[in-house]
Design a protein around this ligand. Structure first.
Ligand SMILES: *Cc1c(COP(=O)(O)O)cnc(C)c1O
Length: 227
């Protein structure tokens, strides 16, 4: 399948998942993850109309950002080392991987210097896998109470990665738990605004994530492909 065919396939599978779960199709957006492909392919993706691009390493995204930067909204979805914050700040509209206080401090400091708040998603490790980054669920509410004090950080939502499962249905409890944490955070009014986004679902499991409330699915191989 070519890019257009894959895009059509993904679109209809998201529409079906919305229908099954009674969701409005417009409540789910795709972040096209271009980390596996060249600048040329990333440009094709943008030309096709995708305007949210996800990448996970500044070194790799730099040429793409320089070529396509102003045409799209950039989402930093990978683990972020504290000493790399200065590279991505001001270039990415959303950082999906806020997972520790030292990182929050650094983002807040750099954002203050720029004079603009940075939108972040708190990354959670719900499955408890050793190999995954993110806060454990028990750490979440105390963490929100701490980041609340950083005026240059705005929490846009929560992000998680489910373990790879040959049967995607197995990921459902993970996505459901992320939604429940978001809802509970809003119910407790821990911030003086509501958090909205659930960044969850990848190529293998996005339909389950949509059924459980994903607002952003991050799609690489199934949509953009791999080179
Ligand atoms: C690579 C990556 C994706 C996309 O992965 P696919 O399974 O190819 O869709 C999504 N989210 C994160 C955090 C990633 O690193």
């Amino acid at each position: 399948m070519n890019l257009q065919e894959r895009a059509g396939e993904v679109r209809s599978r998201i529409a079906e998942a919305c229908k099954r779960s009674g969701r409005d199709r417009d409540s789910v957006e795709i972040i096209a993850v271009t980390k596996y492909v060249s600048l040329e392919t990333a440009r094709d993706v943008v030309d096709l109309g995708y305007n949210k691009i996800g990448e996970n390493r500044w070194q790799d995204v730099k040429p793409k950002w320089e070529a396509l930067g102003s045409r799209v909204e950039w989402h930093f979805i990978g683990h972020l080392q504290t000493n790399k914050v200065k590279d991505v700040i001001g270039k990415f509209s959303y950082i999906h991987s806020l997972d520790r206080l030292s990182l929050a401090k650094e983002i807040n400091k750099r954002a203050e210097a720029l004079g603009t708040a940075v939108h972040c998603l708190i990354q959670l490790n719900i499955s408890g896998e050793e190999s995954k980054y993110g806060l454990e669920p028990e750490q979440f509410f105390p963490f929100v109470e701490q980041v609340r004090n950083f005026p240059y950080i705005r929490i846009a939502g929560l992000m998680t990665m489910a373990p790879y499962e040959s049967e995607p249905e197995q990921t459902r409890p993970i996505f459901r738990a992320l939604r429940q944490l978001r809802d509970e955070c809003n119910k407790r009014a821990l911030l003086d605004y509501e958090i909205h986004h659930l960044s969850m679902g990848m190529s293998n499991d996005f339909e389950v994530a949509v059924e459980e409330g994903a607002t952003w699915v991050r799609l690489g191989s199934i949509l953009v492909g791999k080179e």
